[in-house]
Structures are given as structure tokens and as C-alpha cells.
Design a protein around this ligand. Structure first.
Ligand code: ZN
Ligand code: ZN
Length: 367
């Protein structure tokens, strides 16, 4: 018994119950979709064109259907008291999914897809977003290159006629390496998590300082293990680069070795440089920028004379600022304190950074 109230196209009738039969009509006269399903092939071609620009193994399709169409399907089912098999939305999504699977030989993964495809069938529009990649690597850098991009001094980051984007024109690892990673991975944006930092005039020696870069919407998903990047002031060398399996934990604890150039601000007469060792193993209090007291340690130290200045090799916990450890500003005990003479750290270089076990990015947080 055909129900005259609800003429349906053949596609829409198949989604309803076997108990109800419908007058089959041309799609444009279909009570539910008014020919919407005719737009599927064109949108499939659009999606295929988009996804061909990406390297991916898994994907999922999200579908937006005009609200009035979904309402008419709901109304028909409640009037006829049938449950139906699937909704027009899930059917359309499945058709697009099947098409991409056949054409590209890729798997559907609804929970953690590498590529998310969003289709607005009513508008005939499609867009794609690739899941962020997390790249872990190390950088070395010469003197004169800052780690992060620095704000423009004229506008302090608001953006002005000199800088345009709020950033100063000075070389940085963030800009040089971020730009290169974006080009390698076809990504519009890199977001860095630094594992410690140093000054712009610090040299970072091999094996370099580790960092994690989140690469947004990447077109490709592989990086070379090693590459050099020109900064405009010497080059930075990236080594050990690899893609992490998942988003790493945000907290990174580490220790590092530094060589500090120290200027005595008083007489060294009677100062025993070997007294520096008294700081080893002590619980060192540091009031950080947020006003919170944190407890850190120094693991080894050796201080020697270098002309009028001192040179100190120190191995210490990450998060303990080298210049303040030397001078004693917001840090106690400090090198100044144990040597009994006011000291100023003029500069420091990074000799080695070691990530602590347990927070190593190889240990991946489960979501
Ligand atoms: Zn229909
Ligand atoms: Zn500016």
C-alpha cells in the first residue's frame, strides 16, 4: 500500500522501513530530500580533489544536512510510526566515505582520523583538516639568534607600520625552524613547546636543545631526521627530528650543562674557588616569575679564573636560571653566596640538555 502523502525518491525510500511502501518519484519531488542526494556525486569529486593534496592513512567524514530536510524525515517516521534504518545524514556521509575509500584506498577511523573531511551538502561545500603532528627534535644555534620570536619594540606586539605582524625583524629559532617545518610538512602554523630556554647571545652546542613543535593541518606526515636552517645570523642545525605517535605531556623536566662567563663585582682576595662545590646537592630555592618558590639542585660545578673574570661549568636542573644562580637574585644559595663575593653572570652557553626519564617524549600520554 503506497502512502500518497509521502512521495519519496528511491534513495530516501530505501532508508525507511520495509513495512511501509512509498510512491517512488523523481528526486526533485521527493518529500524528504527535494533532490539533495543528487548533489552527492559533485561533492564527492570536490572532496577527492581536496584529499589528494594530503598524505594520510585514515579519515572520517562529517556531514551537515539542512535542518528542514532532517525534520521532514523525522516527521515522516513519527507519522508512520516507523524507526527507519539510518538517517539521511549518515547515509550521505557513508556514501562520501565509501567513495573516498574506493578511490584512495584509505581506512575510515571515526575516533582518531588523520584527516577530517567536513561536507555541507546543502551548500555543496567541503573542507578538510589534518590532525596536528607533534615533531620532536633538537636545535643548536649561534650567538645572536633568540629562541623565540621577539615582539616589535615600537608596538610591543600590537602590530604597527614598521613590523606589520607585531614581531621584531631579529633572527630567531622559532621563525627560522618553524618556517622550515611548515614548508616541509605543508602546514600553515607551528606551535613550539621549548624544553628550557637561553639568551639570544647564548651559543647552544651539539647535541642541542630539545623542543616539540605542534604542526597544524599538515599536508605531509614525514620529516627528515636532520637539516640545517639559515637564520640570517649563522645557521641552526636540527637533529634527531621525528614525529611522535601522539601529543606529548606538557611538562618536561630536564637537566643541563652550561658554561657561564662570570664577572666578580668585588675583590677575589681570600676567595677559594673550590668553595663553589658547597652548592652541589644543596636544596636551592628559586622564586620564579610567577612568585612561586621552586626547589632545584646543582649536580656539579667547577670554577676557574679567566683573565679578570671567572668561568663556571655547571650541571643543574632545568628551570633554575643560570644568571640568577650566579648573582643570587631570587635564588638561594647562589654562587655569590657560597664564594662570598658579589658576582654577575655576563653570558652563558648551553653545552648539553638531557630530558629526564618519565617525561621523555617517548613516554606517551594516553588520551
Ligand atoms: Zn529523497
Ligand atoms: Zn610594531
Amino acid at each position: 500500500m503506497a502512502d500518497k502523502e509521502f512521495p519519496l525518491c528511491s534513495t530516501c525510500s530505501k532508508r525507511q522501513s520495509a513495512k511501509a511502501t512509498f510512491a517512488i518519484v523523481q528526486p526533485r519531488r521527493c518529500f524528504i530530500c527535494r533532490g539533495l542526494m543528487l548533489r552527492v556525486p559533485a561533492v564527492e569529486r570536490r572532496v577527492l580533489h581536496l584529499v589528494r593534496g594530503y598524505q594520510f592513512q585514515t579519515f572520517s567524514v562529517g556531514m551537515v544536512i539542512p535542518a528542514d530536510i532532517q525534520e521532514r524525515e523525522d516527521q515522516l517516521r513519527s507519522d508512520l510510526q516507523i524507526r527507519g534504518m539510518e538517517t539521511i545524514k549518515s547515509q550521505a556521509a557513508k556514501e562520501v566515505s565509501d567513495f573516498i575509500r574506493r578511490k584512495m584506498h584509505r581506512r575510515v577511523d571515526r575516533r582518531h582520523p588523520e584527516l577530517t573531511i567536513l561536507v555541507d551538502l546543502g551548500e555543496g561545500r567541503a573542507s578538510t583538516t589534518a590532525k596536528s603532528l607533534f615533531a620532536h627534535a633538537r636545535y643548536t644555534k649561534p650567538k645572536g639568534v633568540s629562541q623565540r620570536r621577539e615582539f616589535c619594540k615600537e608596538c610591543s606586539g600590537r602590530g604597527c607600520s614598521i613590523c606589520k605582524d607585531g614581531y621584531a625583524d631579529t633572527p630567531s629559532v622559532e621563525e627560522a625552524v618553524g618556517g622550515r617545518l611548515c614548508r616541509i610538512l605543508g602546514s600553515p602554523k607551528a606551535r613550539f613547546t621549548w624544553i628550557g630556554s637561553e639568551d639570544a647571545d647564548s651559543v647552544v652546542y651539539p647535541p642541542g636543545r630539545p623542543f616539540v613543535a605542534e604542526m597544524k593541518d599538515p599536508k605531509r606526515r614525514e620529516i627528515p631526521g636532520r637539516f640545517n636552517v639559515a637564520t640570517g645570523k649563522g645557521r641552526t642545525v636540527i637533529t634527531g627530528a621525528r614525529i611522535l605517535k601522539d601529543k606529548p605531556d606538557e611538562t618536561h623536566s630536564f637537566t643541563f650543562r652550561t658554561r657561564a662567563l662570570v664577572e666578580p663585582r668585588g675583590s677575589l682576595d681570600g676567595v677559594k674557588l673550590s668553595d663553589a662545590k658547597r652548592i652541589i646537592g644543596a636544596t636551592i630555592q628559586h622564586r620564579n616569575n610567577k612568585g612561586k618558590i621552586v626547589y632545584k639542585r646543582v649536580y656539579s660545578i667547577s670554577v676557574r679564573k679567566r683573565r679578570r673574570d671567572l668561568e663556571a661549568d655547571i650541571k643543574l636542573d632545568g628551570g633554575l636560571p643560570v644568571k640568577r644562580l650566579v648573582s643570587g637574585e631570587s635564588v638561594s644559595p647562589s654562587l655569590s653566596e657560597v664564594l662570598g663575593v658579589p658576582l654577575l653572570c655576563r653570558s652563558f652557553d648551553i653545552l648539553e640538555v638531557r630530558e629526564s626519564s618519565g617525561t621523555h617524549p617517548g613516554v606517551i600520554r594516553r588520551r
